[in-house]
Design a protein around this ligand. Sequence first.
Ligand SMILES: [Zn+2]
Length: 202
Amino acid sequence: MKNRARLIVVLGIIGSSVLMQWTPATASPVYVFPVTGCEVKYAHSHHDYPATDILAKAGCTFVAPTSGVVDEVNRVDTWSGKSNLGADRGGLYVSIIGDDGVRYYGSHLRSIPKSIQPGTIVVAGRVLGAIGATGSARGTAPHVHFGISWPTPIDAGAWWVRRGEVFPWKYLDAWKVGKDLSPRKEVSAKKLKSGEIPPVSK
Ligand SMILES: [Zn+2]
């Protein structure tokens, strides 16, 4: 009887370890909604080009929607209402290049953590900044202007790509309810051939 009891215990241990190996690990989401811990509002529209303004209280957290590497960081608000230069309108902003090859851009930020530098590797949900109203958002309700585009060389001439090239709300709606929806295909389909003239001038 002793031996049989021992056998049952051994079989039980083997059985449970096999079961543990068979249980698939819970996969962490690849995409997360880019504002966390706050109530948000965003319209399924944007003035004159594809992007989304996500309204939230000033200081709410803008996070990396997916894992990747920090692309551009601008910590100085140089926007002036008089000149209203396109390259300055974002105020404080961060963009990342996701592991999916897509660039994600958030602007009008109030502040950006010191740890966020070009080249910093980030995971989905990493804090990229605090929501504010810098750049051309000065005097408006705090929001993060969220743009989805393709990577371009870092220079002022590419600001019109950085600010957004595909409509983001389809993806935002999905990420908000925990669905993984990647803009990778839509972005690569729209990506301009190098040498093509920008569709937007100012
Ligand atoms: Zn906007």
